[in-house]
Design a protein around this ligand. Structure first.
Ligand code: SF4
Length: 268
């Protein structure tokens, strides 16, 4: 993982095939999501996501895989964003919805439901009726990478999508929960570039990390919270437990003015 804080210019600013050109031209999240879903800027990831969608896993042979970039999921007036790593090959890359269809998503949605931010504890496919309350799920890389490892260039290619998404959310955005160190390192340059003032030394990732970025002339105060990623590896080994994740999400919900709900959530 590249620990660099300052973002180099994203590749392709003059090329309509790149997010650096497309992302800032999106006037709303719906348009941004449509543009994300059509992106083909990373040849290795395009080839991988499409090959996986063609070959499929044995258990999902009947599925018509999405096989494209997976846009963020959640209402446009969300006050909390949850930033992960990248879609899973047979999860989001299959279902077309962020975190949907794999064990990581099962854990995350159960936690979101437990703190009243998801209408149901399960997330099976894009048509299962699940809604989120005040929270938007996204990732610094929108295509499933081989071995869950995007390259630094792929991360940089994709960065303008995340920057534009946070910018469109920013009038109401109060907190960002980052799942894992990759997301944390990918997010810091985006926040700095977007005008939030980061402390020096730069805040280190850790589970339970909570950093408050002060308001600036152009940006509201923003709370940055860290959680271990709810990967199978972390949840099976007990490195991340359900109470650990719900505690971080509850803290973010409080900061985001979402309060506590009974678990029955509604789309704002
Ligand atoms: S990873 Fe991001 S930049 Fe690369 S092809 Fe997918 S959506 Fe486009």
């Amino acid at each position: 993982m590249d620990e660099t804080e300052a973002a180099d210019p994203a590749p392709g600013a003059e090329d309509p095939g790149f997010p650096a050109y497309q992302a800032s031209r999106s006037t709303g999240l719906a348009e941004l999501d449509r543009r994300v879903a059509g992106c083909r800027a990373c040849p290795r990831l395009v080839a991988w996501r499409e090959e996986v969608a063609e070959v499929k896993r044995a258990a999902f042979q009947e599925w018509d895989y999405w096989g494209r970039p997976v846009p963020g999921f959640g209402p446009p007036d969300a006050t909390v964003a949850v930033v992960g790593l990248a879609p899973a090959a047979h999860g989001g890359n299959r279902t077309g919805r962020m975190f949907t269809g794999d064990a990581t998503g099962d854990f995350l949605f159960a936690a979101l439901h437990a703190v009243g931010l998801a209408s149901q504890p399960t997330s099976v496919d894009a048509g299962d009726g699940l809604t989120l309350r005040g929270v938007r799920l996204t990732s610094p890389v929108h295509c499933a990478p081989p071995a869950n490892r995007p390259t630094p260039l792929e991360r940089d290619n994709c960065r303008p999508w995340l920057a534009a998404e946070l910018d469109l959310l920013s009038p109401g955005l109060r907190a960002v929960v980052v799942l894992g160190g990759f997301g944390w390192q990918a997010l810091l340059p985006v926040l700095a570039e977007a005008g939030w003032r980061l402390p020096r030394p730069r805040p280190a990732f850790g589970h339970g990390a909570h950093v408050v970025l002060p308001a600036t002339e152009h940006r509201q105060e923003l709370h940055l919270l860290g959680s271990y990623h709810p990967s199978q590896r972390n949840t099976f080994t007990g490195r991340l437990t359900m109470p650990m994740l719900t505690e971080v999400l509850r803290e973010a919900a409080g900061v985001g003015g979402l309060g506590q709900s009974s678990g029955e959530s509604r789309q704002p």
